[in-house]
Design a protein around this ligand. Sequence first.
Ligand code: SF4
Ligand code: FES
Length: 241
Amino acid sequence: MEVKFKIFRFHPKRDKAPRYDTFKVEASLNDRILDCLNKIRWEQDGSLAYRMSCAHGICGSDGMTINGVAALACQRLVKDYDYAKEILIEPLQFFPVVKDLVVDMTRFFQGMKAIHPTIEQNVSTTKGRKERKQTVEEHAQFEDAIKCIFCACCTASCPVVLEEEPEFIGPAAVLRAQRYIFDSRVKDALDRMKIMEEPHGIWSCKTYFRCTKVCPKRIKVTDAILQTKSRILRELHPDTP
Ligand code: SF4
Ligand code: FES
């Protein structure tokens, strides 16, 4: 079966404006979109740029926009789309394009770094090199958040980031903060909650749920954000009705 791909192309150092190239690929219904991109790069145009590494939904490097929705190319199959028409492949939204489907993730990782207190905390609860134990229930509090693979699909789909407040640290960064705030072994929850309250922090989230819809690891990102908001209200603003 022949499948047509319309792919965003742009080399900011060389091109005056982006363009779209169309490629035809022999593919089957169960081929991954990443397989098709590989075929294009290996057999038709070696200059096509995109990131990939594991090809199994683990490294988070092949986030891109497929038919308008952020996704991992290695997780999406040809049959997930209307393959009788062209499948449109574009870079993740919001981030500057480095080349074709490769984007500059600096802004994403800045958000991740922003959630850490600058003062080093002693997180150890025991002396020496003993393990720091945690109950199953305590671990369950942040188990979902540690599945995050930093693909940035959520941040690149968030209406607050895209349309309202580009400075918002983004859903992935708030999820990361939730992971530490709810980890019983980490002792700086209050400091981190205060960081979350800074401008462009957690209160910029308007609960659009788009992050949860696109997350390739099926993390309940919005739930984690709401859980963190409730805890901030409970612990930093106990008088709030
Ligand atoms: Fe990707 Fe999901 Fe992590 Fe967002 S929360 S960076 S969509 S894995
Ligand atoms: Fe690693 Fe897709 S290539 S997640």
